[in-house]
Design a protein around this ligand. Sequence first.
Ligand code: AKB
Length: 337
Amino acid sequence: MRKKITLITGVVGEVGQALVKSLAEGRDTNLVTMDIRPAPDEITHLSIHIQGDILDKSLLARLVSEYEITTIYHMAALLSTRGEFTPVEAHQVNVEGTMGLLQLAAEQSEWRKEPVLFIFPSSIAAYGMPDLKTKADFPRVREWEWNYPITMYGCNKLYCEMLGTYFSEYYRQLAAEQPVMLDFRCVRFPGLISAFTVPSGGTSDYGPEMLHAAAKGEAYTCFVRADTAIPFMAMPDAVTALVKLAQAPKSGLRRCVYNVTSFSLSAAQIRDLVVEAFPAAQISFQPDVKRQRIVDSWPADLNDEDARRDWGWQPAYDVNRSFNEYLIPNIIQRYQK
Ligand code: AKB
C-alpha cells in the first residue's frame, strides 16, 4: 500500500518554507516537498524532500508510484519581475507546471475514488488597473473586477485560476459515470512580508526589502514612488489562509478563488514604520519605470468579504501587530544572530 501524503511544491520559496513548518506543527507528518533547489536542513527534517523540476514528467510518475497524494499545495512559481525577464520560462513553470500537477491530481483522485485537494496561491498580479485614476476610483476590488493583468506572471496566475476552476467543474460533471474529482481552491494574496526570508523576483519586494535592509544597517533605494499603495499581509496570515481554506467544508464554498488581505500601505507609510523601528535607516526613492508600471497596475486594496463569509477568513495580524509583534522583533533577532 502506498503511503498517503501531502505534497508541497516550491517549498524553498518564502511561502513554502513557512507553510511546511506550520503543517508539521499541525502534526501533518506525511509531508513530501519538492523544489528545483536543494532544501535547507529545517525543511528536510520535517519532510521527505525531492529536489527536481515540476516539469519533469518521469519524476511526477515516480512520485505517484510511491505515494498516494491526498493534498497538493502548489507553491512553485516564477514571480512578476523575474517573469518579465524570462516570459517563456515563466509560462512553462507557472502554466505548464500547474497543468501537469492538475492532471496528476485528477488521476490520483480517479484512482482513490476520492477528491484530491489542490491549494493554489494566486496574487494581486491577476489584476490590471489601466491607469492611476482607475486605481483611485476602484480602491477595493472584488474577485471578478479588473482581471486584465499586464505581466506574464499575472496572466499565468489568472489563467491557472481558470484552469483549476474549469477542471473542478469538468470532473464534477464526469463524476456520475466516472468518479474523478478535483477539489481546486485558490487564494489571491497581496504582497507578503516575512520576518525570516527575503523574497526574490517579485515586484512587491520593496516592502520586505526596505525592512530587512534597515535591520541589517544597509541603505535602501526603493524602486517605486513613495505614494505607491498596494495591499500587504504578514507571512503567518498567508499560511493561515492556505490551511484554513484547505480545511473549510466544501459545502460552504461558493467560489474557487478568494481574495484575502490584511492592510494596505503606501511605500512612504512602510518607510515611516521602518524608520520608527530603526531610526538610523536610510531609505530613498528612485522609481524604476518597468517595476513602477507593474505596481501601479495592481489594486490599492482587495475586497475579501467572500472569504470572510464562506470560510471565516480573518487576518490575525493587522498593520500594528504585523510590525510590532511579528516583523520587527523577529527581524532584530534574526540579524543579531
Ligand atoms: C510579486 O511581487 O510578484 C509577488 C506577488 C504580488 O504575487 N509578491
